[in-house]
Design a binder for this molecule. Structure first.
Ligand code: ADP
Length: 172
């Protein structure tokens, strides 16, 4: 399904052949569970070495590495907020993950970027609220920066996939 340059698919982000996949990392950038673990397994040990050299990343920010053994050329590592009820800046931090990842994509002239559903796994962000932030932040960014990359939201679970499809089918 497509909405302009934005599409949603259900699947495994490590399989995608794009300029960059985004990793929902933790602030130490040393790998972990969920999508982070899957990306490190698929990319090989060179990715951990590259992340070690970067030395960490604050919540809401993003860092770039090569994709090594992945089909994707690059990985943009971003650190989503842990959900703590929503009054600790979680919405702004989550939006910042998408904005900073897109800043890196634009600075590097990437034309295809795939995002997982940042913070909605181990970090516990409510899926509907996270999807609303993800979609509105990306849509506004593409419009405001006249950036024409193809953006794919990769949903691993059926619940997120249904939420994204419903939101992207809405007009506007
Ligand atoms: P966080 O700590 O940011 O919550 P998780 O990796 O636990 O990160 O979850 C983020 C999202 O990534 C969840 O929706 C989870 O279902 C999804 N996910 C897990 N593995 C993959 C994968 N291989 N490809 C795409 N998405 C994945």
């Amino acid at each position: 399904m497509e909405t302009g340059q934005i599409k949603v698919i259900q699947g495994d982000i490590t399989r995608l052949n794009v300029d960059a996949i985004v990793n929902a990392a933790n602030s130490r950038l040393l790998g972990g569970g969920g999508v982070d673990g899957a990306i490190h397994r698929a990319a090989g040990p060179e990715l951990l070495e590259a992340c070690r050299e970067i030395g960490g990343c604050p919540t809401g920010e993003a860092r770039l590495t090569p994709g090594f053994r992945l089909p994707a050329t690059h990985v943009i590592h971003t650190v989503g907020p842990v959900w703590n009820g929503g009054r600790y800046g979680e919405p702004q931090l989550l939006a910042s993950c998408y904005t900073q990842s897109l800043n890196i994509a634009r600075d590097n002239n990437f034309s295809s970027v795939a995002f997982p559903n940042i913070s909605t796994g181990i970090y516990g962000y409510p899926k509907q609220q996270a999807a609303e932030i993800a979609i509105s932040t990306v849509k506004n960014y593409l419009r405001d920066h006249n950036f024409s990359a193809e953006i794919t939201f990769v949903c691993f679970d059926q619940e997120n996939y249904a939420i994204y499809q419903a939101l992207l089918n809405k007009v506007g």
